[in-house]
Write a protein that binds this ligand. Sequence first.
Ligand code: NAD
Ligand code: TYD
Length: 351
Amino acid sequence: MKKVILITGGAGFIGSHVVRRFVNKYPDYLIVNADKLTYAGNLENLSDVDKKDNYFFEKIDIVDKQSVLNLFRKYNFDGVIHLAAESHVDRSITGPDEFVYTNIVGTVNLLSAALESWKNNFEGKLFYHISTDEVFGSLGKEGFFTETTSYDPKSPYSASKASSDHLVRAFNHTFGIPALISNCSNNYGPNQFPEKLIPLAINNIKNNKPIPVYGKGENIRDWLYVEDHASAIDTIFHRGKSGETYNIGGNNEWKNIDLIKLLCSIMDNRLNRPDGESEKLITYVKDRPGHDLRYAIDSSKLQNEFGWSPIPDFAEGLGKTVDWYLTNTIWLESILSGDYSKYYDLMYSGR
Ligand code: NAD
Ligand code: TYD
């Protein structure tokens, strides 16, 4: 069946994997990638699919309501998969405003445009909002986030994502717009901007620079390979029910320090360094303010209803990720030669 689908934030980390999957798997769908191309958006991420007939790119700032309305009038979308966001917690601490504009105002602009476009007939339409497990706050040593866990966001990033989730549910409840949400745990894999823990550590290990570990390295995250997130999004977009929420997780909890040690051993292997060499770069630095202790997702609803499950084990997924960063040196160098060094100095000089 033909569909016209808007994917926002498709030039970013997760968005590019979702765009690639949909463009290749669904040749009958027309995929429109709308992205502002902030520091985190990179069209190089899509160089293998951008010549395909069923792919279109639109440079759009979702905070600009008129541009969003025009986009919906130009294409008559059947579905929206909304990933565009400011996504890095540390940046939300030094500058929360952009998170409010893009994550909250941007989402309401998309919802309003979808409502205007679809209000006479909701049949076959869907607004799918991609969110994070961080909206649930922080877990202690026990327990898991389920779909009914109360929201308790703790950072400006997670507060802005929580607001956007509430707005999606409010538009679904008040106006009847078909909408659903998924909340996913930490992703890793190719194309992730090297401000996030895993690519930042890979780059620093490669260059024999200190690996900054916040606090004591005891915070725990549940890591999911990015292509598994894309496959979950595909499943939920096609089989999920409007009004529902789905949790997506890797069932793969790691203390930051244990993850870094595993990464160091993979890097020693790939770079032909003696065992234990890269671990010497581990450097404990000042903790992130308000640092959430633990995230862990219960994704049994998604697994039981749709049979989805994550594929690679962590060492395998991390190995593939390391190989990608060591091979794609031009991609990495072009990021490092931009504003990245200013960002790095600002974030890490005081730690
Ligand atoms: P990212 O930062 O790599 O990419 C975000 C993309 O959004 C970029 O291409 C950027 O140019 C675009 N964008 C930013 N502001 C925009 C604006 N005003 N208008 C249009 N485009 C804009 O982010 P990511 O890690 O790929 O995350 C994608 C989505 O998934 C986000 O909504 C995030 O909250 C969610 N999520 C991320 C993770 C994770 O571990 N990375 C986990 C769960 C959920
Ligand atoms: P991050 O990749 O920023 O994801 P999130 O904060 O959304 O979970 O960080 C993952 C974990 O790693 C988090 O507990 C913070 C920690 N961390 C470090 O210890 N050092 C770093 O340089 C970074 C970026 C993160």
